[in-house]
Design a protein around this ligand. Structure first.
Ligand code: ADP
Ligand code: MG
Length: 246
């Protein structure tokens, strides 16, 4: 099954927003999806989804082999998505641990979406694990610039450009040129464009159980189809595995 890494360059464009909504949209078509908060600066998944703070990634064993069982134990279901919250402190995370958790999802028999947060040059090697990498950006100059730098960091770390795609979130219908210009300024294909949807954002921030079925919901369903199509076009044997653990 596939591993999808969601990340960003500068700012807080909506990695967690995209991770949660994409996981839910993928789960509409699949039996179950694993959603992991692996953002060392984040832990936002627990806050957004009102997960039990006593459970989560921070309780996972440091040995990769034991991870899968623990992920199941530390996760909480939301709809058809098993959500595993983040690290309580970034000091507890390290690239090897994150890499081990990503590797363990391979045995899960279900697709996984990992919120990996901001790409930094020192963590870019982590991004060898996902089959597909989605860089989230806002349709704004600064955000697109940050995404471009993040893509450069990934490419410098040897991550195949063919697995990197963009998702633009928060575009406004009254200014479609912003979306077109942002997509054109990015050196990778834009796989999805999520319109600004304040109700969907409110849903996330108020930890309500039932997702809002507005414009963002529709766009996420389209993104989930594109993700599935793109993954099908990348045969598993051509995907790159972990560099750190091998
Ligand atoms: N398409 C959108 N419509 C409305 N709000 C959005 C959209 N995309 C992202 N947001 C909002 O942007 C803010 C930051 O998103 P978040 O996922 O926490 O960012 P990150 O994980 O990148 O730090 C949140 O309030 C989120 O709801
Ligand atoms: Mg986040």
């Amino acid at each position: 099954m596939s591993l999808i890494g969601v990340c960003a360059g500068k700012g807080a464009p909506g990695c967690t927003f995209v991770s949660i909504n994409l996981a839910m949209a993928l789960a509409d078509n699949q039996s179950r999806v694993l959603l992991l908060d692996l953002d060392p600066d984040g832990g936002d998944l627990s806050a957004y989804l009102g997960l039990d703070p006593r459970k989560g990634m921070h309780l996972l064993p440091q040995t990769p082999g034991a991870c899968l069982e623990s992920l199941n134990r530390e996760g909480e279901p939301r709809e058809n998505v098993l959500c595993v919250g983040g690290f309580p402190r970034s000091a507890d995370s390290n690239p090897e641990l994150i890499e081990g958790i990503l590797a363990s999802t391979r045995g899960a028999g279900q697709s996984a979406v990992a919120d990996l947060g901001r790409v930094r040059s020192d963590t870019a090697a982590l991004f060898h694990s996902p089959d597909l990498i989605l860089i989230v950006a806002r349709p704004r100059l600064v955000s697109v610039h940050g995404a471009r730098r993040a893509i450069q960091d990934l490419q410098d770390a040897g991550v195949a450009s063919s697995r990197i795609y963009a998702v633009i979130t928060g575009w406004e219908r009254q200014s479609p040129a912003d979306l077109a210009e942002s997509a054109a300024a990015l050196p990778v294909r834009t796989l999805g464009a999520i319109p600004l949807d304040r109700r969907a954002a409110h849903w996330l921030e108020s930890s309500q159980r039932v997702p809002v079925k507005g414009p963002a919901h529709k766009a996420f369903q389209a993104l989930a189809s594109e993700v599935a199509r793109t993954l099908a076009a990348h045969p598993a044997d051509k995907r790159r595995g972990s560099r750190i653990l091998r």
